[in-house]
Design a protein around this ligand. Structure first.
Ligand code: GDD
Ligand code: MG
Length: 324
């Protein structure tokens, strides 16, 4: 089986970091978000097709430099085609059925089990679903007998939400699901296509462990906690010469002396944390600097961002090269 991973979108809710870095390359628990998504794929997947758009060249360069364990091909789009248009654009040579993954969901999903459930259900599609308190920002499914999806509403008004079970952004689809997508224009798969596929049999696959759409600063940091707690964090504990408690994931060479860490920190390559500084629940990207006696909590610091000596920065997103 092959997989299409949707890697477009501007990551607007993670600006200003996403002005420089596509959200899929933001490190979470020691590796780019995209690589946590790929980790869900069974080892026997034959090919992964990345449907790219915004900053496609950065994604392309990253996967060339850090080849995942599956053969990967990127199919860029000149204009954003939306989720459905991106799928269609990337679908040449795709398997029947295929996996469809959003690139910003950090979750525990057994894709081998899901593939088996899809075969047993015999329908055109199987969508992983997760129960949330507030379904409004998501696609929402109503379920009938055998968890067949009987209605699907993308981003409903509260009164129109048919349940609290939402599209987790992980699915198995038959090739025929691509047929109704008009080529060459932007199409929302969830709004324009999925409702029309329901008569062909679309089933829910309920997730029970954890799930997060890492599309906002709060949620990317929450996802980082979940991944660390599930032991899916990258290598390394508290860096040598530092104090505190992990988990701390270190990506490459870092310069750290006499600082206090944790919990839940990612340190990018060539980042610096000076003596007396304290860092917790944060993502510190490549080349960022936290000066002496500064405190950083619940932050995403973009590449080469700098927190000045003695400053306290809480709950902020700093763009590339920004100072606070
Ligand atoms: N190739 C391509 N082109 N990919 C795109 C485009 C595009 O124009 N726009 C968005 N994507 C990718 C994003 O990178 C993301 O991985 C996925 O498609 C979904 O886009 P989001 O912008 O993150 O959508 P959402 O979070 O509001 O809603 C989607 O995900 C929810 C779960 O997180 C929908 O699939 C909902 O139904 C779902 O509940
Ligand atoms: Mg999303």
């Amino acid at each position: 089986m092959k997989a299409i991973v949707l890697v477009g979108g501007f990551g607007t809710r993670l600006r200003p970091v996403t002005y420089a870095v596509p959200k899929q390359l933001i490190p979470v628990a020691g590796k780019p978000m995209l690589y946590h998504v790929l980790d869900l794929l069974p080892p026997d997947v034959e090919e992964v097709v990345l449907a790219t758009g915004y900053k496609a060249e950065l994604i392309d360069a990253y996967v060339r430099a850090h080849p995942p364990r599956w053969p990967v091909r990127t199919v860029p789009e000149a204009e954003p085609l939306g989720t459905g248009g991106g799928m269609k654009n990337a679908s040449a040579g795709i398997s029947d059925p295929f996996f469809l993954l959003n690139s910003d969901v950090l979750a525990a999903v057994d894709l081998t089990g899901m593939r088996a459930a899809h075969a047993a259900n015999g329908g055109i599609g199987t969508m992983a679903l997760y129960e949330v308190d507030d379904p409004r920002p998501y696609g929402v499914a109503a379920l009938g007998p055998r968890d067949r999806i009987t209605a699907f509403v993308e981003k409903p008004e509260p009164k129109d939400a048919p349940s609290r079970w939402i599209n987790a952004g992980v699915a198995v689809w038959g090739r025929a699901a691509l047929d109704p997508i008009p080529p060459g224009r932007a199409v929302s798969f969830e709004r324009e296509i999925v409702p029309g596929l329901l008569p062909k049999g679309v089933y829910g696959f309920r997730l029970s462990r954890y799930w997060e759409d890492a599309g906002t600063p709060e949620r990317i940091l929450r996802a980082q906690e979940l991944l660390f707690d599930d032991h899916r964090g990258g290598p390394g504990g508290v860096p040598t010469g530092a104090r505190g408690s992990g988990p701390v994931a270190t990506m490459g060479a870092v310069s750290v002396r006499d600082a206090t860490f944790g919990p839940y920190v990612t340190l990018g390559d060539h980042s610096t944390v000076e003596p007396g500084a304290r860092v917790e629940n944060s993502i510190v990207m490549d080349g960022a600097v936290i000066e002496r006696d500064a405190r950083v909590a619940r932050c995403v610091l973009g590449p080469r961002a700098r927190v000045h000596a003695g400053h306290e920065v809480v709950g902020q997103v700093l763009g590339e090269g920004a100072e606070a």
